[in-house]
Ligand binder design. Sequence first.
Ligand SMILES: Cc1cc2nc3c(=O)[nH]c(=O)nc-3n(C[C@H](O)[C@H](O)[C@H](O)COP(=O)(O)O)c2cc1C
Length: 330
Amino acid sequence: MLTIGNITLSIPCMLAPMAGVSDLPFRLITRSFGAPLAFTEMIDVSGLCHMDKRTRHMLSSTPDDRPLGIQLLANDAELIAKALGSLEKDTFDLLDLNAACPTPKITRKGKGAALLREPRKLRELLKVLVDRSTVPVTVKIRTGWDQDSINAPEIARHAEDAGISALFIHGRTKAQGYSGAVDYRVIREVKEAVKIPVIASGDNITAPLIKKMFDETGCNGVAIARGSLGNPWIFREAIQFLLGGVQCGRPGIDERITVMKDHLDLLFRHYGEKRGVGIFHKFFIWYTRGIQGTKPLRDRAFRTETRDGLISAIDELRTFDKADRGTFTA
Ligand SMILES: Cc1cc2nc3c(=O)[nH]c(=O)nc-3n(C[C@H](O)[C@H](O)[C@H](O)COP(=O)(O)O)c2cc1C
C-alpha cells in the first residue's frame, strides 16, 4: 500500500512518465495489467497556457485512466500559476514537476534536470505549485547533475520543505542520461533524508530488479519505464513476484497478439489511422523484441501504412510461435 496525498495505491508499482510513449492508449494497456497510477509525458507549462491541439491530446484521458498524474516542465512561477488555470478540474489526480529530464534542448532553458543546480528555485516553484494545486504535488529528480555534484538528498529536503506529497527519483545523474549504473546508495540516502514517500526509477526492467530496488533502497514505490515497452505485463509479473516470490512466465503468443491488437485499436481510436499506425510502428518492434527470425516481418510492419496491414503482420507472429516455441525470450 502506498499513499500519496489523498491517493492510495494498493500496488506500489506505477507507470513512469515517458515522452512519446505514455499516452492514453499505452496507459490503458498498462493499467489492464495492474499499473495503479500512470503519468502523462512531460508537458511544458507554456504549451498548457496556449492549449494547442498537441497539448490537448497529451492531456486527454478517460474515466478508466485514473488516478492520473500530469507531469509539468517549467522554470517560471508565473507561468506555472497561469498554466494551472488552464487545466480542467477533476480530470487528473496529481501534479508532478520534472526536474530530471537530461535533454540539452530542455536543460539549456533552465528546465528539467537544470533545476537540480538551483535547489532554492526548485523549492520556490514547488511552493507555488503546492499553494495553487487542488491535488497532491510531487517532483521527479535525478541523483545530481553529474558524479561530482550529487545533491539529491539536499534537493529532496528542499522539496519536502515546499510541502510536496512524494518524491520520484531516477537513480542516475543528468550526465549519465539513460545508461550506466543506477546508484542505489543515493536513492537510499534520499529515502533516509525525508519523511514523504520516495518512488524510485532506473532499471526497473524485470521483477527481480524491481525487488532489488525495494530491498537496496527502502523506497516506498517504483516507477516502471523502459521495462514496460512492448512488455506491459511487467506490472502483473512484478506484483506476483513481490507478493509471492513467484516468477511467472511471459505471455504466450495468443495473449501477446490480443494485447498488440487492443493497443493498435486504442491508438486508432485516439489518433485516427495515419498517426495511430505511425505510432504503433515502434511498439511493433518492442512487442516482438526477442522473437527470433522476425526481422523481415518487423521491416514490413514498419513500412505498413494501414491498420489492416498491421493486423495481418501481428497475426503472422503466430507462424513464428509454431516454428519454434522456445523463441519468446523478450
Ligand atoms: C522514451 C522515454 C521517454 C521518457 N520521457 C520522460 C518524461 O517525459 N518525463 C520523465 O520524468 N521521465 C521520462 N523518461 C525517464 C523515465 O521515466 C525513467 O525515469 C527512466 O527511463 C529510468 O527508468 P528505466 O531505467 O527503468 O527506464 C523517459 C524515458 C524514456 C525511455
